[in-house]
Design a protein around this ligand. Structure first.
Ligand SMILES: [Zn+2]
Length: 129
């Protein structure tokens, strides 16, 4: 029953994946507050983006070996969602440093880890021609 910090993070996930979820949830929240005046909750568009991002993380084939999404060789987002999440990251990324320095720092560290070999192989096998 004491499983989550914000409701979006299932229990039992490796710390890295929990951080990745927390990071994207926070970034979408900041973006919505700044651009859409969302108070205490996300607007409908941002909620949709949030749900989509969580779904992609749930379905990520790499599981615990997952590289950060920026580094991931498999682009699993559909193009319009990809654009939206990039806008959120551009906008909220720098703010994370001030608001949530630990998560921001860990994200940078995670990003520096090379993608797992299995990950790279899988990507090579699925890359679109
Ligand atoms: Zn919004």
């Amino acid at each position: 029953m004491t499983n989550t910090t914000d409701g979006a993070v299932p229990a039992g996930l490796p710390a890295r994946l929990r951080r990745e979820r927390q990071t994207i949830v926070l970034m979408i929240g900041m973006y919505c507050r700044r651009h859409h005046g969302g108070k205490g909750g996300l607007c409908q568009a941002c909620r949709e983006l949030h749900d989509y991002a969580m779904l992609r993380l749930d379905r990520c084939r790499f599981g615990a070996d997952k590289p950060t999404c920026v580094k991931c060789p498999v682009h699993c987002y559909k193009p319009d969602m990809r654009e939206r999440v990039r806008a959120v990251m551009r906008d909220s990324g720098p703010r994370m440093l001030w608001r949530h320095p630990y998560l921001a720092l860990m994200h940078v560290i995670d990003e520096r880890k090379p993608a797992a070999a299995a990950c790279v192989r899988a990507a090579a096998a699925t890359r679109a021609p």
